[in-house]
Write a protein that binds this ligand. Structure first.
Ligand SMILES: [Ca+2]
Length: 272
């Protein structure tokens, strides 16, 4: 009796860690418009089976999602309406951490051979669960890509705690962006985190990435906005102490920290 109970409890624990990944930022090749309605990419994750993301008719359409974190993805479920223009045959699903060629540089999870319109179709990767932040659905051939709802199941992986956001924003806007994710602008506590940040920063598309480090000219000191003390630093020799300055790490070379006017726009790191 007790062993059965323990077995049930461990089963529940396993099931609990594997869950529907909520949220994320979606994109698609192009957006079909009709009667004042834009069939945008986010319609595939709005929880409504009747609203669909819909590309224009073109060669090699894709839809993708940035899950805003690293996940071990176990399955992808796709629902489409039973409509003559829906054709998922020979489409493919890609998973990985690269944004190159809109996610198509990642490894292929699986190719869609059977697809039932008007039903939920569950796909597992050919090689089992796959690690990744980006999921791309790629439709080969000259046709429209229609996705009414996409669900992705997986487990959030513990990562270095740094998430690179490849959007150029001012320091204040970057700070707000991280807060909307319930995160902070990056905090570099030691040489190990610096090494991870340096590695990640090479994936950015700006010459610097913002850190959560700010200068107060009234009190004349630098401080981490999460309140931690400034024990570790990696300053360049060209650090100015001026009002409205924040710290940014260079994305090449020795990944030194520079003071930058906070109205400049760079990619940035969010951290938990
Ligand atoms: Ca929908």
């Amino acid at each position: 009796m007790w062993s059965l109970l323990l077995l049930l409890m461990s089963l529940i624990a396993v099931l609990k860690t594997e869950e529907l990944i909520q949220g994320g930022k979606t994109h698609q090749t192009s957006e079909y418009e009709d009667g004042g309605v834009t069939y945008g990419s986010n319609r595939a994750i709005d929880g409504n089976l009747e609203t669909c993301a819909h590309s224009l008719k073109q060669s090699n359409s894709w839809w993708n999602i940035d899950l805003l974190g690293l996940y071990e993805i176990s399955e992808i479920i796709i629902y489409d309406v039973d409509h003559q223009h829906v054709d998922m045959t020979d489409s493919s699903i890609y998973i990985g951490n690269s944004t190159e060629t809109n996610g198509l540089a990642n490894s292929r999870c699986t190719k869609i051979t059977n697809f039932n319109k008007g039903k939920k179709n569950t796909f597992k990767c050919d090689e089992g669960s796959m690690l990744g932040r980006y999921v791309t659905i790629y439709s080969k051939g000259n046709r429209v890509l229609i996705l009414c709802e996409v669900w992705i199941n997986g487990t959030r992986k513990a990562d270095p705690g740094l998430m690179l956001i490849k959007e150029n924003k001012t320091w204040v806007d970057a700070l707000s962006y991280c807060r909307t994710l319930n995160m902070h602008l990056a905090y570099i506590s030691d040489i190990e985190v610096q090494a991870k940040a340096a590695f990640e920063s090479t994936q950015s598309n700006s010459p610097f990435v913002w850190l959560g480090l700010r200068y107060t000219c009234t009190l004349d000191f630098w401080f981490w906005i999460n309140g931690h003390s400034l024990d570790y630093t990696n300053w360049s020799t060209h650090t100015e102490k001026e009002c409205d300055m924040s710290a940014a790490m260079e994305t090449t070379g020795d990944h030194l920290w520079y003071s930058k006017p906070d109205n400049e726009t760079f990619n940035f790191f969010c951290t938990e």
